[in-house]
Design a binder for this molecule. Structure first.
Ligand SMILES: *[C@@H]1O[C@H](CO)[C@@H](O)[C@H](O)[C@H]1NC(C)=O
Ligand SMILES: *[C@@H]1O[C@H](CO)[C@@H](O)[C@H](O)[C@H]1NC(C)=O
Ligand SMILES: CC(=O)N[C@H]1CO[C@H](CO)[C@@H](O)[C@@H]1O
Length: 727
C-alpha cells in the first residue's frame, strides 16, 4: 500500500513467515513435553548405593520452568506487527491545526548526568521540526542543581542560533554534541560560513558549562547574568529546598525573528521528611506544572541521556494519535531504546537488540508495547487516569485553542510542585505515574492497558532516540538487577499482570508482561542447571539419558534447534556472530547474579545495591570498552557470584579431564556416552567463560578481576566441588 491510496495516517503490517515459525514452535513444544515425560517416568540415578532423587527433582523442576517460560516467549513471536507512518499526509491535513506538545526531560544528579549532556538532549528536542509556538520543553532537575540551571540558561541563549541553523540546513541529528562529533566542515560556502559561527558559539558554550561543572559552583559574576539564580539564595541542599520554577524562554524570538519553543526549568520542592518517589514523583510534578503553563494534550518523556536523533519524531508520533480511524484507541506511542555507544560485537549485550527487534513488535501485535520510561509519547488525559470509551473521539481541529492556557502566577505554579500537594489526592495511585515501584513506567503502562487503551511501537529507522549504554560489567549487572527486581515487584503487587490484568487485556499481552516479570525467579533454575550437571561429572552420576537411548533425541533436538534459532534471530535483528556469543555470556551472568540478587532482595526485603548507573567513565575504561574487553574492575557480590560459578565449571572440567585420563579406553567410551550432555553443558560453559578466565589469571590491566574476587571465587569453587565429591 502506498501513501496515496490508504486513507489513514499510518499502516500496519503483520510479520512474515508466521506459519513456518508456528510449525517449528510445535516441534519444540513436543520435545519439551517429551522431556517432562522422561523425567516423570524414569528412575533417579543410583550412585554409591544411594538414590540421587533430589538432583533429579531439581532438574525436573528446572525443566518445567524452562518449558513454561519458553511458552511465554512464544507470545511475542506469534504475531509480530510493524508500523509505518505517513507524515506528508499529516502535514497536508493538519499542518495549521497541529496540537501542542509538551516535552519532559528528567535529570537527577549533575555528577552522574553531566549538565552538558542534559542540555544537549534539551536542545535536540527544542529543535524538532514542529511549529515552535506549539512546543514546550520542561527540564525537571531532581538534583536542584544550579550547575544544571546555569547550563540551561546557556542552552537558551545558544538555541537562538542553533534552531535557525538546524532549520536552514535541515541538519540531523539535532543534538549539537552529536552533530559536531559526527559531521565535518560542509563544502557549500554559505553553509560553511554559518557552520563555523555556530560551531564557535557551541564550543564557547561547552567550555563555559564544563568549566562551571568542573568547579562545582557558579561564580558570583555569572550568577548576575540571570535573575533565576536568586532562587538558590534559600537553598540548603538537593534534598531540602523550595520549589524552583523558571520560564527561561517564553516563545521568545530566535536570531532570525522566528519563535522559539517554551523552555522551563523545574526543581520540585524537596524536604527530608517527605518521600519524593524518584522519577515518578518528578514526572507527576511536571504533569501538573505544565498543565498551567502550556497544557499540551500530547506529552513526550525522554531521559536526559537520550537525545533525539530524528527531527520529525513528533510528527511521526502524531500520525498515530491523529489517525481518524484508530487514533482514538491509542494511549501511548513507544519508541525503542537505542544506544550510540554499542561496540561492534556488543560485549555487554547492551543494545537490547532482540527486545527491540523481536519482543516489542510481538507485544505490539498483542495490544501494545510496555511503557519503558523514555522515548514515549502519551496523551495527557490518559496519564491523568482516563478510561477508554469507544464513543469518545478527540477533535484535534478544535482542541487547539491557545487562549485556554490560563495566566497563573509563578507562586501558584510552585504550589503544584510542593511536597505536600499530593497528600490526600489520587496522584501516584489513579493519576499520573504510579508510586512504590522501581520500574514505575512499566506498571503505569500496564494500568493504561488495563483501562482499555492500546499502545503502539514505532521502530522506524534511523533510530529516533539514542542513549548511552552501560560500559562496564558491573553497570550492566546492577542495571539488570534493578529492572528485574522492579518487574518482580510488579508481579507481586496489586497491579500484577497475573490478576489485575486478567480479563482486562489480551492474554497474549499478559504473557508478554510475565516474560519480564519472571526474569528474576528464572535465576534459580538457571543456577541449578549451570552447577549441578557439571558437578555430576566429577562422580559420574548421569542426570541425562545416554546417547544410545531414545530419550536422548528430545534433548539433542532442543539444544541444537533452540541454539540455532536464537543465533539466527540475533543475526536477523542486525547482530554479529561474536555479538551473539557475547550476548549468551551476558545472559548467563545476568541470570545467575543480577536476577538472583533481585530475587533475594525481594524475599529478604533487603537492599543489596540501589545505584544509579553512572554515565561518566574514565579514559582507560573507555579504551578497554572500545577494544571489547570485559571490564570486571570492581569487587561486588554480583561479580563474585559470576566468577564462582565460572570457576566451578572450570574445576569440574579439569576433574573430567583427569578422571577420563585414568580410565581405560572402553570405560572412557562408556563414560562419555552416558555423560554426553553433561560434558556438552560443562564444555559450553567453559568455552563461554574464556574471557573471564583470562581476566582472572592472565590480564594485568585495571579491568581484570580484582584479587579479592579471584581468591574468593577460586576458594569457593574448590570448596564446593570437594564437598560434593565426598558427599
Ligand atoms: C573557568 O573558571 C575559572 C574560575 O572560575 C575562571 O578563572 C576561568 O576564566 C574560566 N575559564 C573559562 C574558559 O571560562
Ligand atoms: C542517527 O541519525 C542519523 C541521521 O539521520 C543516521 O545517519 C544515524 O544512522 C542515526 N544513528 C543511529 C545510531 O542510528
Ligand atoms: C560515555 C561514553 O562512553 N561515551 C562514548 C559513546 O560513544 C561515542 C562514540 O563511539 C564516544 O565518543 C563517547 O565518548
Amino acid at each position: 500500500m502506498d501513501e496515496e491510496n490508504s486513507s489513514g495516517l499510518f499502516e500496519t503490517h503483520r510479520g512474515k513467515g508466521r506459519k513456518i515459525h508456528r510449525l517449528y514452535a510445535t516441534t519444540v513444544l513436543v520435545s519439551i513435553v517429551w522431556i517432562w515425560v522422561y523425567r516423570a517416568m524414569q528412575k533417579p540415578p543410583v550412585y554409591g548405593g544411594r538414590s540421587w532423587w533430589w538432583m533429579w527433582m531439581g532438574m525436573f523442576v528446572a525443566e518445567i520452568w524452562f518449558g513454561l517460560y519458553w511458552l511465554l516467549t512464544q507470545s511475542v513471536r506469534w504475531d509480530p506487527t510493524y508500523r509505518r507512518t505517513f507524515k506528508q499526509k499529516l502535514s497536508l491535513r493538519y499542518e495549521n491545526k497541529l496540537p501542542r506538545v509538551d516535552i519532559f526531560v528528567c535529570t537527577a544528579d549533575p555528577k552522574i548526568e553531566p549538565p552538558m549532556m542534559v542540555v544537549s538532549t534539551v536542545l535536540s528536542v527544542m529543535a524538532y521540526d514542529y511549529p515552535p509556538e506549539n512546543l514546550s520543553v520542561y527540564l525537571s532537575d531532581d538534583g536542584g542543581s544550579e550547575l544544571t540551571f546555569y547550563a540551561l540558561t546557556q542552552a537558551a541563549v545558544f538555541s537562538k542560533h542553533w534552531l535557525p541553523y538546524c532549520r536552514n540546513y535541515k541538519v540531523e541529528p539535532r543534538s549539537p554534541v552529536a552533530y559536531f562529533r559526527s559531521t565535518s566542515q560542509p563544502s557549500d560556502a554559505k553553509h560553511d560560513h554559518d557552520y563555523t559561527i555556530v560551531k564557535k558559539l557551541f564550543e564557547e558554550m561547552k567550555d563555559r558549562i564544563e568549566n562551571v561543572t568542573k568547579n562545582g559552583r557558579v561564580p558570583d559574576g555569572l550568577r548576575l547574568e540571570h535573575e533565576g539564580f536568586a532562587e538558590w539564595d534559600s537553598f540548603t541542599s538537593s534534598r531540602d529546598h523550595d520549589a524552583i520554577v523558571q520560564i527561561l524562554l517564553d516563545h521568545n524570538q530566535d536570531a532570525e525573528g522566528h519563535k522559539l519553543p517554551k523552555l522551563v526549568y523545574l526543581a520540585r520542592e524537596k524536604r527530608p521528611e517527605h518521600f519524593h518517589n524518584f522519577k515518578a514523583g518528578a514526572m507527576n510534578a511536571l504533569i501538573r506544572v505544565s498543565s498551567k503553563i502550556s497544557n499540551g494534550p500530547i506529552i513526550l518523556n525522554v531521559d536526559c541521556d537520550m537525545y533525539s536523533n530524528r527531527s520529525d519524531t513528533v510528527r511521526d508520533a502524531l500520525c498515530f494519535f491523529m489517525d481518524e480511524e484508530k487514533g482514538h484507541e491509542i494511549g501511548f506511542v513507544q519508541y525503542p531504546q537505542c544506544f550510540e555507544n554499542i561496540t561492534k560485537n556488543d560485549v555487554y549485550g547492551g543494545s537490547l537488540r532482540v527486545i527491540n527487534e523481536v519482543d516489542f513488535h510481538g507485544l505490539d501485535g498483542n495490544g501494545g508495547p510496555l511503557y519503558v520510561g523514555t522515548g514515549c509519547f502519551h496523551r495527557r488525559d490518559i496519564l491523568l487516569g482516563k478510561s477508554f470509551d469507544a464513543k469518545s473521539r478527540i477533535d484535534w481541529k478544535t482542541d487547539n485553542d491557545h487562549e485556554k492556557t490560563p495566566e497563573n502566577t509563578i507562586k501558584e505554579i510552585k504550589s503544584l510542585a510542593s511536597c505536600t500537594f499530593e497528600i490526600g489526592t489520587e496522584w501516584g495511585k489513579e493519576m499520573g505515574l504510579k508510586y512504590g515501584c522501581p520500574v514505575e513506567d512499566v506498571i503505569t503502562g500496564l494500568s493504561i492497558h488495563c483501562r482499555g487503551w492500546k499502545s503502539v511501537y514505532n521502530n522506524a529507522k534511523p533510530e529516533a532516540f539514542l542513549g548511552v549504554a552501560a560500559t562496564t560489567l558491573d553497570q550492566t549487572l546492577v542495571q539488570h538487577k534493578r529492572w528485574s527486581e522492579g518487574d518482580l515487584l510488579i508481579l507481586i503487587s496489586k497491579y500484577s499482570p497475573a490478576w489485575y490484568g486478567l480479563g482486562k487485556v489480551n492474554p497474549g499481552l499478559i504473557m508478554g508482561y510475565m516474560m519480564y516479570c519472571l526474569w528474576s525467579p528464572s535465576s534459580v533454575p538457571t543456577v541449578f542447571y549451570s552447577i549441578v550437571p557439571s558437578l555430576c561429572l566429577l562422580k559420574g552420576i548421569p542426570l541425562f539419558p545416554t546417547v544410545t537411548s531414545g530419550w536422548f533425541l528430545p534433548f539433542a533436538y532442543l539444544i541444537v534447534s533452540i541454539t540455532a534459532y536464537d543465533y539466527l534471530e540475533f543475526l536477523w535483528s542486525g547482530g554479529t556472530t561474536r555479538g551473539w556469543w557475547n550476548g549468551r555470556r551476558i545472559w548467563l551472568y545476568k541470570r545467575t547474579s543480577s536476577y538472583l540478587f533481585a530475587l533475594l532482595d525481594t524475599i529478604l526485603g533487603s537492599d543489596l545495591s540501589f545505584v544509579i548507573s553512572s554515565k561518566v567513565i574514565d579514559n582507560d575504561v573507555q579504551e578497554r570498552y572500545e577494544k571489547e574487553m570485559i571490564e570486571f574492575g570492581v569487587s561486588s557480590p554480583l561479580s563474585t557470584t559470576v566468577a564462582t560459578i565460572s570457576m566451578l565449571n572450570l574445576v569440574c572440567f579439569f576433574g573430567l579431564v583427569i578422571k577420563s585420563g585414568l580410565m581405560d579406553s572402553e570405560t572412557r567410551r562408556m563414560y562419555y556416552e552416558t555423560m554426553a550432555i553433561h560434558v556438552a553443558l560443562c564444555g559450553a560453559f567453559v568455552v563461554l567463560n574464556i574471557p573471564l578466565y583470562l581476566a582472572l589469571f592472565v590480564r594485568k590491566d585495571k579491568g581484570k578481576i580484582p584479587n579479592s574476587v579471584a581468591v574468593k571465587s577460586v576458594f569457593l569453587a574448590l570448596f564446593i566441588s570437594t564437598i560434593f565429591y565426598f558427599l
